[in-house]
Write a protein of this length. Structure first.
Length: 241
């Protein structure tokens, strides 16, 4: 039976997909069989982050329509053994996928993986709420951007109103010097305003974004301050060493 981890954000651009992908790599390198389920129909990106876009032939809609077997839609990384992805269509087909259909997919694969990581669309929806409710661990990612903070707080409040309480916060792309000058929100103020457990803070690092845009994981980056912080946060969040 898989442990299900859902990664959320109030708005786009927080680094949600980057974290989901690197968490999958981190777990796969420890000998786990991991599936990253990309549920962002508007901005599919897990395949690009892992350099697998040319190998995605079938998607989750094809599986649900019966056009392929689920094994045909699962794409395994050649670089990180044991890491698989399942993507939405590159171009939206019809009205998307309902929570019930996603739940069916998860139920069909959960016995074949140690971990299922769900990369959700930004913001709140009934699908995001339902996926969070099915999860064993939930991570909410924000940046110092005021819109990111406000939308993240709204998402957190909405989930708590629905009885989903165990949510950890990651503050990403932190620029301490700009915060010290008053140009960006202070990290401690952000953490206090969310009122939930903070699992870590990751400084802004261009090298991480270069790696992401070139299909490389953070583990491949040498001498990166941001990568070092990311690895420590993943260890803390996942309780791994």
């Amino acid at each position: 039976m898989s442990e299900i981890i859902t990664v959320l954000s109030g708005k786009g651009g927080t680094g949600k997909t980057l974290f989901a992908v690197n968490m999958g790599v981190h777990l796969a390198l420890k000998g786990n069989k991991v599936l990253i389920l990309d549920t962002d129909f508007a901005a599919r990106g897990v395949d690009i982050a892992l350099g697998l876009e040319s190998r995605v032939i079938y998607d989750m809609v094809d599986v649900l329509k019966g056009d392929c077997r689920i094994k045909q839609a699962l794409v395994e990384s050649r670089k990180y053994s044991g890491l698989f992805i399942l993507e939405p269509p590159a171009v939206k087909k019809g009205s998307g996928i309902s929570l019930i259909e996603l739940s069916v997919l998860i139920d069909r694969v959960k016995n074949g993986f140690d971990y299922i990581i769900i990369d959700t669309p930004a913001g709140m929806s009934s699908v995001t709420e339902g996926l969070a409710a099915k999860s064993d661990k939930i991570l909410l990612i924000t940046t110092q951007d005021p819109v990111s903070v406000r939308s993240g707080q709204s998402l957190l409040a909405a989930l708590k109103d629905r009885g989903i309480e165990d949510i950890e916060l990651l503050i990403n792309k932190v620029k301490l010097k700009l915060a010290d000058k008053g140009y960006l929100m202070d990290v401690e103020d952000i953490a206090e305003s969310f009122g939930t457990e903070v699992c870590g803070v990751i400084p802004y690092d261009e090298a991480m974004h270069v790696a992401y845009n070139n299909g490389c994981a953070v583990v491949d980056i040498q001498d990166s301050r941001g990568a070092d912080h990311l690895n420590r946060v993943m260890q803390r969040f996942l309780l791994t060493e």
